[in-house]
Design a protein around this ligand. Structure first.
Ligand SMILES: *Cc1c(COP(=O)(O)O)cnc(C)c1O
Length: 371
């Protein structure tokens, strides 16, 4: 009866649709037995740079590693402050702490759930070095006004594009617009591998050269290490899988957009449900389809009872996380993040999701809202 359940994301279905190509890519790598970096990673880096409209790309072991490399590459370190959103996955701030800096949280916008740019300037201090905007759920943040602020105060911008592979800001690919952009290939992302993986993209040659060495033990030749580096490499096996999948990404993203439109139409007459928006400057790629409701937890259980999985991204804003409890990270309230964290629920979203399934989900949401 497994088929009866509608999952949040269906990785198996996607694999079966490209099984032959994936299987032969995996065998090719095993036959060659060249597993670390090499031609496979290099060629995928070139393809991903070109896809992202960036000059350079550096494959990494995860999105978190890419964020950490970007910070180090841009010279952010001990004692520095980095402005970011509390309404994101914890990897965004983890990377900031790992380099010895501290996150400074700025509240979010209620409609896009992205950092509220109007509140950024107030948070800048003499210690601020960078801003990490997150293109949350696949909806780009309004980058132009943010870049204007960054220029005025000489701050770097690192785009956390881990949920936004292929999303457009004013017609340009996100990730390549700031000083560096970071992507995750965690399996459930719009472009996901079969394990962990990530990518840093940039147009800055210096950052490229530095982060390329940093991710591979700081070496500039096989046995010469010129900086304190990391083992943050992308595996060749993952690069081979990603190369197959990259060709399909635009098509999959288009299908997600169609599914989002179908959801929006089906839910258009339920005014107790806050639906996702797409701003004029944005092409949303719906990594997640997130609505906001009252009684979120009850709706989640009701869907589950009716064989529909859902998610919550995110139930606890980062400034409320136990790990940061004693750090006095944030002495002011961040009311929008707090309200949103109580109401958001992510409904199933993936390219292979079919309209009758969306219809079923929307009927359940409506029934719940009425009853
Ligand atoms: C997934 C994700 C990351 C981290 O990526 P990993 O590859 O899991 O390390 C960082 N930021 C955001 C917003 C994410 O969604």
């Amino acid at each position: 009866m497994q088929d009866k359940i509608i999952p949040l994301v269906d990785l198996k279905k996607q694999y079966l649709s490209i099984k032959d190509e994936i299987d032969s890519a995996i065998s090719r790598i095993i036959e060659n037995s060249s597993f670390i970096l090499g031609e496979e990673v290099l060629s995928f880096e070139e393809e991903f740079a070109s896809f992202s409209q960036a000059k350079y790309a550096v494959g990494t072991s995860s999105g978190t590693a890419a964020l950490q490399l970007a910070l180090v590459g841009l010279g952010v370190g001990e004692g520095d402050e980095v402005i970011t959103t509390p309404f994101t996955f914890i990897a965004t701030t983890e990377s900031i702490f790992k380099v010895g800096a501290r996150p400074v949280f700025v509240d979010i916008e209620e409609d896009t759930y992205n950092l509220d740019i109007r509140k950024v300037e107030n948070a800048i201090t003499g210690k601020t070095k960078a801003i990490i905007p997150v293109h949350l759920y696949g909806h780009p943040i309004d980058l132009d006004p943010l870049i204007k602020i960054a220029k005025k105060y000489k701050l770097s911008i690192i785009e956390d594009a881990c949920q936004a592979h292929g999303a457009l800001y004013k017609g340009k690919k996100v990730g390549s617009i700031g000083d560096a952009g970071c992507f995750s290939f965690y399996p459930g992302k719009n472009l996901g591998c079969y394990g962990d993986g990530g990518m840093l993209v940039t147009n800055n040659e210096e950052i490229y050269k530095k982060t390329r060495m940093l991710r591979d033990h700081g070496r500039n030749a096989k046995y010469t290490h010129i900086m304190h580096g990391y083992n943050f490499r992308l595996a060749a096996l993952q690069a081979a899988i990603l190369k197959v999948k990259l060709k399909y990404l635009d098509g999959w993203n288009n299908k997600r957009r169609k599914n989002a439109e179908f959801y929006n139409n089906k839910l258009s007459d339920v005014n107790t449900v806050i639906k996702p928006v797409e701003k004029d400057y944005a092409r949303h790629i719906y990594h997640l389809y997130v609505i906001r409701v009252k009684n979120r937890d009850k709706l989640k259980s009701f869907l589950k009872e009716n064989d529909v999985d859902s998610g919550v991204h995110y139930p606890i804003p980062l400034h409320k996380q136990p790990v940061y409890a004693d750090m006095k990270l944030c002495d002011k309230k961040l009311p929008v993040s707090e309200v949103c964290s109580e109401g958001v629920i992510s409904l199933p979203m993936y390219a292979e999701l079919a309209e009758p399934q969306i219809e079923k989900i929307c009927d359940l949401v409506k029934k719940f809202q009425k009853g």
